[in-house]
Design a protein around this ligand. Structure first.
Ligand SMILES: [Mg+2]
Length: 427
């Protein structure tokens, strides 16, 4: 089963903390615009399609997660909801600030998502509640972001503790332990980490409605009906840790693609877009110290537009030797696109996928590729300039100077922390 029965038997208990930013995207918007304090906020997905984040005030108005914006535009106007396009550059930068503070405060960390991290607090010299209260205060004063911290013996329980911390405490910290474990009675199974709507329905059929009922279920019986994952979940609810911290594995493939802000017919605009995605993918590749052995380029029209003639195609090309050179990857991606392109269609999306990634330590040189140490130095220099001065400070001309195909984000706030010319102005 992989559970730490042995350590449990020895009486050594683990302590996990889950740190989660409250309404992360909405809170990032608020940090630089305090006028939004106490006001409803929604953040929209790419091309301003759906609601992907809501402040508590917006939740109270009944605006659901994932709702198409056009259906709620009226309500938003009526209640003066502050509407924002996604500002991923800002959210990404704020996230790395929070994660840096956490890493500084405690070394055993698993960054779980853009706004969540698990800490394994074993061996923490302080009382873990006091430690968490101080950490929360530090994150608030250094970044302006509110976080909630749930503490418990397992990751699954820490998730539940976080939910309680966020919704039922003033302090924003909750320690779920033997003395208050009966609170699991109030947690419906669909709130448990890893239980989706369908799994919840199947559990409900078995008359299991709450986390407590699941905790007290027969592990063997449920393992047979579901899987070993379910058995682990039950042990986790009982305080037996089955899921440890996971280290981040480098990705096996990298995809970079977006829908356009408008439909595109010309090859030159598509070439700019694919060059831009190729540059983004190559930068990601280098940041995880990998090389790609080949790529796929795809191109498609909008299948939801029944009135348009549809076309979709892709092409896969292996490289003569693995590489992370942006210029070379752009060059090949453009060649692929030229093969895919057919005149007369209205294109909606293109993208690139880098394949068969290998660590850059096993690099094999090939005279067909521009792989000199000078090229490596150039890539490193480009990456460090862009890290220091903001994304796209230096970029390839192939990506276009003033792209027309870029995604729609009409309501995006300034990228306060990563662009000098968008820095917060105090008048
Ligand atoms: Mg969150």
């Amino acid at each position: 089963l992989g559970c730490s029965h042995a350590s449990a038997a020895r009486g050594v208990m683990s302590i996990f903390a889950l740190v989660d930013c409250n309404n992360f995207y909405a809170s990032c918007e608020r940090v630089f615009n305090p006028r939004l304090e106490g006001k409803p906020i929604v953040v929209l997905s790419n091309n301003d399609g759906c609601v992907i984040a809501r402040s508590n005030e917006a939740k109270k108005l009944g605006i659901p997660m994932g709702a198409p914006f056009f259906q709620w535009e009226k309500v938003c106007k009526q209640h003066k909801v502050n509407v924002f396009s996604s500002n991923y550059e800002l959210y990404g930068d704020m996230s790395s600030r929070v994660m840096a503070l956490l890493t500084e405060a405690w070394p055993d960390i698993e960054i779980y998502s853009i706004d969540e991290a698990f800490l394994l607090l074993d061996g923490c010299p302080e009382n873990c509640v006091e430690f968490s209260l101080a950490l929360r205060q530090k994150i608030k004063s250094c970044t302006g972001l509110p976080v909630s911290i749930g503490i418990a013996k397992t990751k699954t329980l820490a998730k539940i503790a976080n939910f309680i911390a966020k919704n039922q405490t003033e302090s924003g910290v909750f320690h779920l332990n033997d003395s208050n474990i009966s609170i699991l009675k109030t947690i419906p199974v669909e709130k448990i980490w890893g239980v989706g709507r369908r799994l919840a329905a199947r559990l409900n059929d078995l008359k299991i409605f709450t986390a407590e009922e699941l905790k007290n279920s027969d592990t063997k019986k449920l393992r047979k009906q579901f899987s070993v994952v379910m058995e682990k979940m039950i042990y986790e609810l009982r305080g037996v840790s089955c899921l440890g911290l996971e280290s981040v594995q480098p990705r096996k493939q990298i995809i970079s693609s977006r829908s356009f802000g408008k439909l595109i017919t010309s090859l030159s605009e598509l070439e700019e877009a694919i060059s831009h995605y190729a540059a983004i993918a190559s930068e990601k590749l280098r940041s995880q110290h990998s090389l790609a052995s080949g790529l796929v380029v795809f191109l498609q029209t909008n299948f939801f537009r029944k009135q348009d003639v549809q076309y979709q195609n892709s092409v896969c090309v292996p490289f003569p030797a693995a590489t992370a050179d942006t210029a070379y990857i752009i060059h090949i991606a453009k060649k692929c696109l030229q093969r895919l392109y057919r005149k007369g269609f209205r294109y909606h999306k293109t993208g690139i996928m880098l394949l068969n990634l290998i660590p850059d330590t096993v690099k094999q040189n090939d005279w067909l590729l521009p792989q000199s140490s000078a090229r490596d130095t150039l890539m490193k220099t480009v990456d460090s300039i862009n890290q220091e001065y903001g994304r796209n400070t230096v970029f390839y001309c192939a990506e276009g100077i003033n792209p027309t195909w870029k995604i729609k984000s009409v309501f995006r706030s300034p990228r306060y922390t990563t662009r000098w010319n968008e820095i917060l102005k105090v008048r």
